[in-house]
Design a binder for this molecule. Structure first.
Ligand SMILES: Nc1ncnc2c1ncn2[C@@H]1O[C@H](COP(=O)(O)OP(=O)(O)OP(=O)(O)O)[C@@H](O)[C@H]1O
Ligand SMILES: [Mg+2]
Length: 268
């Protein structure tokens, strides 16, 4: 497999775009994952089949412990599946070496967590630039891209602030800008608004939808909030380690999504 950043001075823009590949953006086939805990082995995923055909904004919902974070970990190549196949942008993720997985995470996807994970001693713009600095990309190009992203996320005036001088919502927007530095075709977000108040959460859900459209990026967001899922075009429901249904949200508000969700998870 080619390594897009083997030449460290290669431009940010030279990264191959997986969304130019024909075929599904994300595809999981019969994915299983178990963990050895303190006692019994836990079956976190029990045969996940998932296909996202078009770039866009998608949600994953399900009860606590149903396997949502595990699925996002596997899609992000943070962990390998026990069995099954995973393709992101046509690239097989289930069989990557550790080096390939690191390269994939660094250049082909963005990852956003509930915790913002910013470096406290760096300013907002330096936090956004960090993956580019670590990859040895040209500094002027990284700075221009980082400022463009802070602008897109409504934070140009906050570029020189350190995280402790930013609100929670602002910190998460910096983390999202950092995830977008390499123009990844896919961003995975695990409860990105879990630490935010409802006004900031609402702003972020809308912003992620705008980013998906404007940057032609697919965003896959785990959420517990029907109001978040209503911003997405489709919601995949996880129950007991499997995808048990999909809600297409066109014409549905948050209450409509909540009601369809209850029908799907409640029919266990
Ligand atoms: N590293 C691990 N070691 C052992 N068990 C784990 C590990 N990670 C997850 N599990 C177990 O796998 C199952 C699925 O966990 P997962 O974190 O994917 O759930 P989730 O749907 O994200 O839940 P939540 O909504 O609470 O975040 C749970 O039973 C959990 O306890
Ligand atoms: Mg989780």
């Amino acid at each position: 497999m080619p390594h897009p950043t083997d030449n460290p001075r290669q431009s940010i823009n030279a990264t191959p775009r997986a969304n130019t590949v024909d075929g599904p953006v994300v595809r999981c086939v019969d994915v299983h994952k178990s963990y050895k805990g303190q006692g019994e082995r836990v079956q976190a995923l029990r045969g996940v089949d998932l296909q996202i055909d078009e770039p866009g904004y998608y949600a994953i919902m399900g009860q606590s412990g149903s396997g949502k974070s595990t699925l996002l970990h596997l899609l992000s190549a943070l962990d390998p599946p026990d069995s099954g196949e995973i393709f992101v942008g046509g690239q097989p993720i289930h069989s990557l070496s550790e080096r390939e997985a690191t390269e994939y995470r660094r250049t082909q996807i963005g990852i956003v967590f509930q915790q913002f994970n910013l470096i406290p001693t760096l300013t907002a713009v330096e936090n956004v630039e960090l993956p580019g600095v670590l990859a040895g990309k040209p500094p002027a190009e990284i700075r221009a891209r980082a400022m463009e992203l802070l602008d897109l996320l409504g934070l140009p005036a906050r570029a020189s602030h350190r995280p402790d001088a930013l609100s929670g919502g602002e910190q998460q927007r910096v983390a999202i800008a950092r995830a977008l530095l390499f123009k990844p075709p896919v961003v995975f977000a695990d409860e990105p608004t879990g630490n935010l108040d409802s006004a900031n959460a609402e702003l972020l859900w809308k912003l992620l939808g705008d980013i998906a459209k404007e940057q032609r990026t697919t965003i896959v967001m785990v959420t517990h909030e029907p109001a978040a899922a209503a911003h997405c075009q489709s919601v995949f429901i996880v129950r007991d380690g499997q995808i048990c249904g999909e809600i297409r949200t066109e014409g549905l508000d948050a209450a409509g999504v909540a009601s369809r969700y209850q029908q799907l998870v409640g029919s266990a």
